[in-house]
Design a protein around this ligand. Structure first.
Ligand SMILES: [Zn+2]
Length: 106
């Protein structure tokens, strides 16, 4: 279980959003959107997983891209775990399409 209700995470999350205030998924598709959330590039298994607090493993994201990528990464979790942060980030950025709504309609 991963819990986001702790001081260390909130601190890390605000550091990341301060450093990258725009959604990195939208930006990849040349769209400027304010980041509201922080996504883990490689999803940690629980709070003791070093991936949870690894700054390099974070991506600033808007709410829509976060929902979108959370759905899409379900089927590629095993692949993500075998990649470096950079490779995993590239793969996830290529999966999102901010011009399309989460439900698939334009
Ligand atoms: Zn976005």
């Amino acid at each position: 279980m991963v819990s986001y209700n702790n001081h260390q995470w909130r601190k890390l999350r605000s550091l990341k959003i301060a450093a990258d205030p725009l959604c990195e998924y939208c930006l990849h598709h040349k769209k400027v959107t304010e980041a509201q959330e922080v996504d883990h590039v490689i999803p940690p298994t629980d709070n003791n997983d070093p991936l949870f607090y690894e700054y390099e493993n974070l991506l600033s994201t808007c709410r829509r891209c976060h929902i979108d990528i959370t759905h899409k990464q379900q089927s590629i979790k095993d692949t993500l775990n075998k990649l470096s942060f950079e490779e995993a980030k590239k793969l996830k950025l290529s999966l999102t399409n901010p011009r399309v709504n989460v439900d698939g309609y334009y």
